[in-house]
Design a protein around this ligand. Sequence first.
Ligand SMILES: C[S@@+](CC[C@H](N)C(=O)[O-])C[C@H]1O[C@@H](n2cnc3c(N)ncnc32)[C@H](O)[C@@H]1O
Length: 206
Amino acid sequence: MLSTLDRYQRIAPFYDLLDLPFEYGRYRQIRPLLFDGMSGRILDAGVGTGRNIPFYPQGAEVVGIDQSPAMLARAARHARELGRTIELHAMDVTRLSLPDKSFDAAVASFLFCVLPNDLQVPALHEIARVLKPGGTLRLLEYVRPKGAIRAAIARLWEPWMKWAYGAGFDRKTEEHVIEAGLEITETRFVVDDLIKLISVRTDPIR
Ligand SMILES: C[S@@+](CC[C@H](N)C(=O)[O-])C[C@H]1O[C@@H](n2cnc3c(N)ncnc32)[C@H](O)[C@@H]1O
């Protein structure tokens, strides 16, 4: 079976094209919500091909990490085309080579629906470690819809999501946030009952 890294190395040249209908139909409208009120030094974990770049707050200093060099190469090209300067590093989110308390905020869009459940707490601990005390982490994540029809459609679509992206709708990200000792300050659906925006705060008195 392909590892997540191999999968993204393979899919990187086609990723933006494959995702185009979702990007323009769904994601563009909700990406700005990730950055609401954020400034300073921001970590974009699982930066992918850099789809969040147009929405980075002006003046922010952004560091993007991803385990796939092929996805990062696309992000670098995207940043150049948009005239934005960002620092990009090939890194696993569960083992960040970044100093403690060095970021004001962090975002991760559609990373945790790719990360297996057993890697979610280690990933959250690492992100919390590099955030300053009280820093905000925002996540955009797919969840399995509750309504019978939507759930049935999602079930049909899931094997493709798994094959192409290694993604699933079955991650228990909110439970893992609590397990990691972090505080959920807000959670709400931003696309039907399918995509959630989850805001997390690291302990303010570390
Ligand atoms: C579905 S894509 C989302 C990309 C981007 N955030 C977006 O919103 O379009 C998931 C990304 O997470 C990266 N990824 C998966 N597992 C990772 C890990 N353990 N550490 C770092 N990046 C990872 C993949 O390489 C891929 O680029």
